[in-house]
Design a protein around this ligand. Sequence first.
Ligand SMILES: [Zn+2]
Length: 156
Amino acid sequence: MTNASGGATGSDSCIFCASADPSRDDLVLVRAAACYAILNLYPYNNGHLMVVPNRHVATLAATTTAELTELMRLTRQAEIALTEAYSPQGINVGINLGRPAGAGVLDHLHVHLVPRWNGDTNFMTVTGNVRVLPEDLKSTAAKLRPIFERLGRENH
Ligand SMILES: [Zn+2]
């Protein structure tokens, strides 16, 4: 994504900035004014999604009050949508700031929501082949998008 000044900002190669572009919506579940929700391409569990500000900000400290409010509003919608679609026994909701904290994308804030079931693998420690086999992402999106649309209409 090219910024207005034409210079490199660190957002040029940022996957979350790329997905903030409305023409790129393969995995996006819902778009609001300042944030969007998107499926994780490499889910730790079925339904693993992320809530992301449109703007390239690295920390909660860098968000505006409007961004912060919408980030949490979409996180609430995501909790409702995942509960309706998957009936999980738990949900991890988390933000990893910085590499030692486990952030995969270091400089663009995102909130992970991972549905959990008793006896599933611990999503913080799994790698590669040992994780639960995810369902097809298109199937996941087809389940979750209508719920987000309804919640948006209901002004959740
Ligand atoms: Zn970015």
